[in-house]
Design a protein around this ligand. Sequence first.
Ligand SMILES: C[S@@+](CC[C@H](N)C(=O)[O-])C[C@H]1O[C@@H](n2cnc3c(N)ncnc32)[C@H](O)[C@@H]1O
Length: 250
Amino acid sequence: MPRGDAICRWGARLTRNRVAATEKDLDERYKVEGRVSRFSGPGTYPHELAVILLFPLRRIVLSPEKLVRHLHLTRTSRVLEVGPGPGFFSVDVAQAITQGLLELVDVQVEMLQKARRRLCRGVRNAGYTHANEVRLPFRSGAFDVVFLVAVLGEVSNAKACLASIAKVLRPGGLLSVAELPGDSDAIIEEHLRTLTQGTGLEFVDSRRVSRGYLASFRREAKNQGTTAAITGADGASDENQNAPRLSCGH
Ligand SMILES: C[S@@+](CC[C@H](N)C(=O)[O-])C[C@H]1O[C@@H](n2cnc3c(N)ncnc32)[C@H](O)[C@@H]1O
């Protein structure tokens, strides 16, 4: 068995054990929100277990450096990370785009707070928006690159999510989707490619990541629009001035 897979299986076992230990405390809350089901099927990864996502051995399966190389960033790239969790990949991406901007969007504000604490130690070019990726509160064409790692399987309507991402990507912009082994709700690549049909995203390439994959798509360049700024002067987009945002000062 490849080393990465063994580690992922071990991590998944550890996760289940930790859930069992904490289930009593969290029972009521999780049953109401249906989040315990995350470990037997689809659902949102609980922010209480974010520490597992920072486990250094994850690097064997997909390191932040490898992901950065795959994203073809320039120093000025405007990048959106959907579902960053506590920011395992975010620091390296932000540091690769010193004159650009990394915007983090997560459905759990607690995950954004954890990511912000990690990034605020040295990163100054990140923004934090609490939103559901199916309705991204950014202007059309606002980003050069969008990436998701181990997120798409948690999303209730993955096709709507991909269409929403296509909209905020500039024409020719890159979408990178990684699905990793050990993730109980990972989407298989063939299904992902089916889901992108009709969304304005064109498949570019894919590479194996242990028993998972890292797939790239480009937003079709037809219907060229103007590239707009990500946000207004106050940090909120015109389309959704009310999208809750965090800053390092919070
Ligand atoms: C398994 S974690 C992966 C975190 C990070 N990408 C990593 O690999 O370390 C999935 C993340 O996606 C977020 N997420 C799930 N559904 C989402 C949605 N509909 N919109 C935005 N974020 C979502 C979760 O809150 C969680 O932070």
